[in-house]
Design a protein around this ligand. Structure first.
Ligand SMILES: Cc1ncc(COP(=O)(O)O)c(C=O)c1O
Length: 380
């Protein structure tokens, strides 16, 4: 049997929507499908103020450009992370300050954040790893005590929640990704969420080459012009049409992913002590509702993780490790970080193995994967 790590959900009407987009007059940005997608996202997230972007990275850059960072300004983010947020900070003129994560959720550790706040800190970028929330109560409190902005990196966490509040809506700004690997995908794409109308208009202008063209299209002004420095981060209508076809079927996508994750959770939870010494299935704190973006196991060591990964590969199962923490990366070292820092991030990077999880899998596929994982643990 072959079980791929990821496969894209194929919505029923995607080709029809794409064809409509291609044959319409409006193939650039902010057409009918962008409007539909924005409306559904807003309703589901219980939030207004959503702009579609070309990626989550672009949305992070938008959020950071709204901070108007001055040289030396610092922005805190986890080392165990994709480089997008750190890149966005650098590109917007700030200094990324890495922190460690905590061991249960692999998310930003509030204690590490508190230890890294200085007079120059302007913002915190918590990333919700695998669609599981950061400890937002503590982070929001830290931010408000220190007058910091929170930019939630919910790239992996669309439709996850923390104490029933959708992720991406708890901070000042939220960003989402619609990259091919995400639960809802249009190949490459993203969204930026901002709750303050005036700031949203500023973001809209930055996203559209520093112009008020969107207002002109809404017939709110007679012409448009260059109003501020900006860039082009707008999503095309063809991508928006694909995105629309996916989020229309979000219930089905989430329920299929949940079903697969539950097969893993139930099968691995029934393991014996010998199995639990070799690996632990991921844990989700009770007040966090995930979107089942990822299901990983925590192996006892790097050697065990690699042994399990190769064993599964031989069985036709594509399971994968994840990030090289930023402090261990080539550029992280250039920024002055050293391998001895952030031990929890280093340990997570060595021990995490992500099992296949996608909507095209059946429960039988997941049972097969879980059975092979248990077989490996008994033999090891
Ligand atoms: C936590 C996190 N942030 C940001 C990104 C970047 O997303 P995009 O590819 O849409 O720019 C990713 C992509 O994997 C991610 O996992």
């Amino acid at each position: 049997m072959k079980v791929n790590f990821n496969e894209r959900y194929q919505p029923r009407n995607q080709l029809r929507y794409i064809e409509n987009a291609l044959t319409s007059e409006h193939l650039a940005s902010d057409g009918r499908y962008a409007a539909h997608s924005g409306k559904i996202l807003g309703r589901k997230l219980n939030a207004e103020g959503i702009l579609l972007t070309t990626s989550a990275t672009a949305a992070l850059e938008l959020a950071l450009s709204l901070l108007h960072l001055r040289p030396g300004d610092e922005v805190i983010l986890p080392s165990y992370n994709f480089p997008s947020a750190a890149n966005a900070v650098l590109r917007c003129g700030g200094q990324p300050v890495l922190c460690d994560i905590e061991g249960v959720t692999k998310n930003l550790d509030p204690e590490s954040v508190a230890a890294h706040i200085t007079r120059k800190t302007r913002a915190i970028i918590p990333a919700h790893y695998g669609g599981i929330s950061c400890e937002m109560d503590l982070l929001v409190r830290l931010a408000s005590e220190n007058h910091l902005v929170i930019i939630e990196d919910a790239a992996q966490a669309l439709f996850s929640s923390y104490r029933s509040v959708p992720l991406g809506t708890l901070g000042e700004y939220g960003v989402y990704s619609f990259h091919y690997t995400k639960n809802f995908s249009c190949g490459e794409g993203g969204a930026f969420l901002c709750k303050v109308q005036e700031t949203l208009l500023e973001a809209e202008e930055i996203r559209d080459n520093g112009t008020d063209r969107a207002r002109f299209f809404r017939k709110e002004s007679k012409f448009y012009s260059w109003t501020r420095p900006g860039t082009n981060h707008v999503l095309s209508e063809a991508c928006s049409a694909l995105l629309y076809s996916q989020i229309l079927e979000s219930k089905r996508i989430l329920s299929r992913r949940k079903a697969i994750a539950e097969v893993y959770q139930n099968a691995l939870r029934q393991g014996s002590d010998t199995i639990f010494q070799k690996l632990q299935p991921m844990k989700v704190p009770v007040f966090m509702t995930p979107n089942y973006h990822t299901f990983y196991v925590d192996c006892a060591s790097l050697a065990d993780r690699e042994s399990l990964r190769l064993f599964l590969l031989k069985e036709g199962i594509d399971a994968r490790s994840h990030y090289i923490p930023l402090h261990l990366s080539v550029y992280g070292k250039k920024l002055g970080y050293s391998p001895a820092q952030f031990p929890v991030s280093t340990s997570a990077a060595e021990r995490i193995l992500r099992l296949p999880l996608h909507t095209q899998m059946t429960e039988k596929d997941a049972e097969f994967v879980a059975e092979r994982v248990i077989r490996w643990a008994k033999k090891r």
